[in-house]
Design a protein around this ligand. Sequence first.
Ligand SMILES: *Cc1c(COP(=O)(O)O)cnc(C)c1O
Length: 487
Amino acid sequence: MNETPGEETLDPEDWPQLRALAHRAVDDALDYLQQTRERAVWRPTPPEVVAHFHAPLPHAPQGAAAAYQDFRDWVMPWQMGNTHPRFWGWYMGNGTAFGALGDFLAATVNPNMGGGNHVANEVETQVVDWCRQIVGMPPETGGLLVSGASMANFVAMAVARNHAATVDVRAAGVASLPRPLVFYASTEVHSCLQKAIELLGHGSRAFRRVAVDDSYRIDPEVLTRAIAADREAGAQPCAVIGNAGTINTGAVDDLAKLAAICHREKLWFHVDGAIGAVVALAPNHRQLVQGIELADSVALDLHKWLHIPFEAGCVLVRDRKAHRATFSLTPDYLKHAQRGLASGADWFSDYGLQLTRGFRALKVWLSFKEHGLDKYGRLIDQNIAQAMRLAEFVRAEPELELLAPVSLNIVCFRYRGAGGSQAQLNALNEELLIRLHESGVAVPSYTTLGGNYCLRAAIANHRTRGADLSLLIDAVLRGGRELARQP
Ligand SMILES: *Cc1c(COP(=O)(O)O)cnc(C)c1O
């Protein structure tokens, strides 16, 4: 190719040189993952490292090799720790080596998944349909990949709302609704659903938080009464959100029961399956989420218990037409053609908020093919068995106390030693958790149940081994005793 003098490109000037750097980066990345267990789970970022990120805007080139070296020196060593076998904080996945390659390959071909007629759309369509098959929804179900369950829940709530509205909300807005729409979930529902309902314009007061039983599952009687009371008061019940695995304790609502209530009351049935939708893959526990297949919509996270590298979530909607009617908007510059690149009836941008969308489907497609879904199912069973064993350790140790029943892979407990007031035990366990994090030995997280501060281990980790949980118990006992001795 003849070059016009002065023209530039971002392509490498020296391809062999970048190729060598790329090979080194792959070697370093695989070393990093292979040696995960040998590192501290987490350590604080030292001030001199933080200072490095106050550098001025780099107008002049450093070159790929120097930029990469900066990543090696200043970024790679100071990670969150969620690739580690003893990371059980909040609720996260670990990622995988091949999944990371999937992100690299997706960025290499770099299609825009907003629309157009190209094969990457077939990959995403297939991945969404595989997700549908995982939860057992009917073949007409559609959906799309999104950043995670927060966005999946948002999309589903938007469709549920527009479907229930007795006016054209897209044109006239929520202010034109003759009766306020109300939404229902248990008190244990994830905060992202409240955000969704707020952002859809209904206000958090339109979100009824229904009481739970001793196992933190929604009480269907209380739900039914709340629906009746709202109707009585002139409101319009819109949707019930079932939890397939709550964030606090992993509780799974009786989804079949909720489906029946929604059917009877003519309400939209949505399931937040960020944690538990994929339990449908696990041979020993799939009965826990029975009824999920009856939902009108389901939010799944693929970057949690299926360990796809962040970000990857999926929303499934049974009524494809209602889904499209909520998001489709086709100005002239996005018109779908009959033939050519701009053809294709269904563009993913007609089903969500994003126009430009990345090729996150590729890492999911590659990972599902790499391992097969049966293996993911066994790993989910493995984590649940590990959580049950951890709960057994806790029950068997008088200095520890289990604070919630374990139904899935989340264990809430505390060090109680010789006992103390709630305030004393809360303060002790809060400090104990910080010390655990700072020691680099293990990263559980925390929640509060009935006023009791809990250490909370969410075992969604394909690298965890039984011995890792013994290490956790030892570290909690050691730390707890030390703190209990201090005046
Ligand atoms: C993590 C989580 C969410 C939010 O999902 P993101 O992927 O973080 O957006 C919603 N619900 C539950 C139960 C979760 O665990």
